[in-house]
Design a protein around this ligand. Structure first.
Ligand code: SF4
Ligand code: SF4
Length: 148
């Protein structure tokens, strides 16, 4: 996959990395959860036996429920047009504006999104950084940090 194509598959118009989101169908969280489920096999029976003297094992069922949930991830990414986040304008108006990312837009930083303060700050930080160093450098930088 060419780098521009890879970047646009991964990064949403706001700059967040869809490809490392827990809901992304092709993402690492889904893949690693599937692998962990396979590696654990029938661990529930072991957890049941150990739980009388190892109390943390009583939580195994909930842990497994979370793993199962992660394997259901089916999102194709924000640019697929199916993002449900109701407070976001960027997910659709980047097309109207003819840009790949918000920082390239003539309205940036606009007031269209209704992000809460931490997300607004993150949106600004991401886009200001992309503007400063370029999209490719930013893409590589952010891959080294946890998504959450
Ligand atoms: S109008 Fe705002 S949300 Fe939409 S693309 Fe431009 S900067 Fe992003
Ligand atoms: S819905 Fe909005 S905030 Fe969420 S990833 Fe897409 S562009 Fe970013």
């Amino acid at each position: 996959m060419a780098i521009r194509e890879e970047i646009l598959t991964s990064l949403a118009p706001c700059g967040l990395d869809c490809s490392r989101c827990h809901g992304f169908a092709g993402g690492e969280i889904k893949k690693l959860s599937e692998q962990l489920i396979e590696a654990l096999g029938d661990f529930q029976s072991v957890a049941d036996k150990l739980s009388s003297f190892m109390p943390v094992m009583q939580n195994y069922r909930q842990f497994r429920e979370m793993l199962d949930f992660f394997t259901l991830a089916g999102c194709a990414g924000c640019r697929s047009g199916k993002a449900q986040f109701p407070l976001c304008a960027a997910k659709s108006c980047f097309k109207e504006k003819g840009v790949d990312f918000c920082f390239q837009c003539d309205e940036y930083p606009c007031g269209r999104n209704r992000y809460d303060a931490p997300l607004h700050e993150r949106w600004r930080r991401i886009n200001d950084r992309m503007k400063e160093v370029g999209v490719e450098v930013y893409y590589e930088e952010q891959k080294k940090r946890p998504r959450y």
